[in-house]
Design a protein around this ligand. Sequence first.
Ligand SMILES: *[C@@H]1O[C@H](CO)[C@@H](O)[C@H](O)[C@H]1NC(C)=O
Ligand SMILES: *[C@@H]1O[C@H](CO)[C@@H](O)[C@H](O)[C@H]1NC(C)=O
Ligand SMILES: *[C@@H]1O[C@H](CO)[C@@H](O)[C@H](O)[C@H]1NC(C)=O
Ligand SMILES: *[C@@H]1O[C@H](CO)[C@@H](O)[C@H](O)[C@H]1NC(C)=O
Ligand SMILES: *[C@@H]1O[C@H](CO)[C@@H](O)[C@H](O)[C@H]1NC(C)=O
Length: 421
Amino acid sequence: MASLFLPLLFLTISLFSLPSNAHNITAILSSFPDYSLYNSYLTKTKLNDEINSRTTITCLVLNNAAMSSLAGKHPLSVIKNALSLLILLDYFDGQKLHDISNGTILSTTLYQTTGQVEGNLGFVNITDLKGGKVGFGSAAPGSKLDSSYSKSVKQIPYNISVLEVTAPIISPGLLSAPAPSLSDVNITALLEKAGCKTFASLIVSSGVLKIYQSEIDKGLTVFAPNDEAFKKAGVPDLSKLTSAEIVTLLQYHAVAEYSPKGSLKTTKAPISTLASNGAGKYVLKVSASGDDVTLNTGVDTSRVAETVLDDTPLCILTVDNILLPKELFATSPSPAPAPAPVSSPTPTPATSPSPVEAPSPSEAASPPAPPISPTSEGSPATTPGSSQSVISPSEASYFKAPALFKILGTVSIVLVFASFS
Ligand SMILES: *[C@@H]1O[C@H](CO)[C@@H](O)[C@H](O)[C@H]1NC(C)=O
Ligand SMILES: *[C@@H]1O[C@H](CO)[C@@H](O)[C@H](O)[C@H]1NC(C)=O
Ligand SMILES: *[C@@H]1O[C@H](CO)[C@@H](O)[C@H](O)[C@H]1NC(C)=O
Ligand SMILES: *[C@@H]1O[C@H](CO)[C@@H](O)[C@H](O)[C@H]1NC(C)=O
Ligand SMILES: *[C@@H]1O[C@H](CO)[C@@H](O)[C@H](O)[C@H]1NC(C)=O
């Protein structure tokens, strides 16, 4: 038995320990206290995830003194753009900088990929100056090369290179861009325009829009099912849900964190949602393949379709399917809570449940409990958290390919049985 099981175990372990990305900029910079401020802003803006999800990249880093010219002096959205302009989508080490043909070159940066920049403002000019100095500046005509290469920090050829420069590269208009005024963002209008009318009207009528709005400042990502998602065959009859369950379902479609698609791509552990009310409750598992990101609820999966808004700290993404939490939908195909009619269409959640980022053992913050069914007979209302999961989320986080694991698990169980008979 052991002889059969062990190779499988090794196979299983090796499959799940494959690195999904070859480098981790946060880890690289953490051994250099000089760059701690820069590193903390990479994490705050989630640019670290963008860097880690790419190969062939050069990070121009600023020491704490140089970084303090940006940090705390500008809105986070501006700092994010300034840092994006320091991330070159090419590999340059000290040698390559000095070997630039004709002494000058333009390199594209992460800033150029945001789609928010005009012309070549997302490019930087790298020029070999007299005396072996290498200068960096915006590619915009007439820009000064007022940042220069000071030293090499770390190289993993030819995946990532980290070089120190003396100052930020500032393109015209970069620092004066107004911070997005998120209190003015009309989430429902954006959703309607993006083809999510049903979802938009549900978050308004349920009062969940207010919960979303109260989270924006701290970071919020919304997964909005498009209108087709509500029309698909097999979609549970949402009118059978109590209004509290509708609130929970809609809270399940948002996380209290700014998580653009680039971040989701590198997410491994299950993520808590605004509906999470305890460890492993109402979580979403994320998997990525190339540029595709898939969310798995334990009941269904959904592709992340489009980015409607990506503006630190708010991100709105559309999904192809309604995300059905297993706490509400696992036991029966049609959730059969007692037919409590949704009488009050606008339930103001009495206590707006604070999201549980790190699940606390004390289930202090719980979402509105579904009303107790007046009929004691009949199908029991599915209470959040009443169902048992097959793989507990803490276990699940070790497995990047749960389906594959299940297959392997099944195979090994079959083999164990075979060896007994
Ligand atoms: C560079 O990246 C590739 C692709 O991700 C990876 O296979 C390789 O191991 C990396 N090289 C190093 C030295 O980490
Ligand atoms: C990268 O490294 C940091 C610090 O060592 C760690 O907290 C983080 O989980 C790592 N990220 C990934 C994707 O492995
Ligand atoms: C170098 O400059 C010359 C003359 O301006 C130009 O013809 C050539 O294409 C340049 N080479 C590269 C690699 O940019
Ligand atoms: C880079 O900037 C310098 C100085 O402004 C300029 O002479 C040079 O032509 C620029 N290089 C490119 C490739 O645009
Ligand atoms: C937001 O947009 C919706 C739909 O377009 C509209 O009905 C609503 O009045 C707008 N809200 C505000 C505060 O402008």
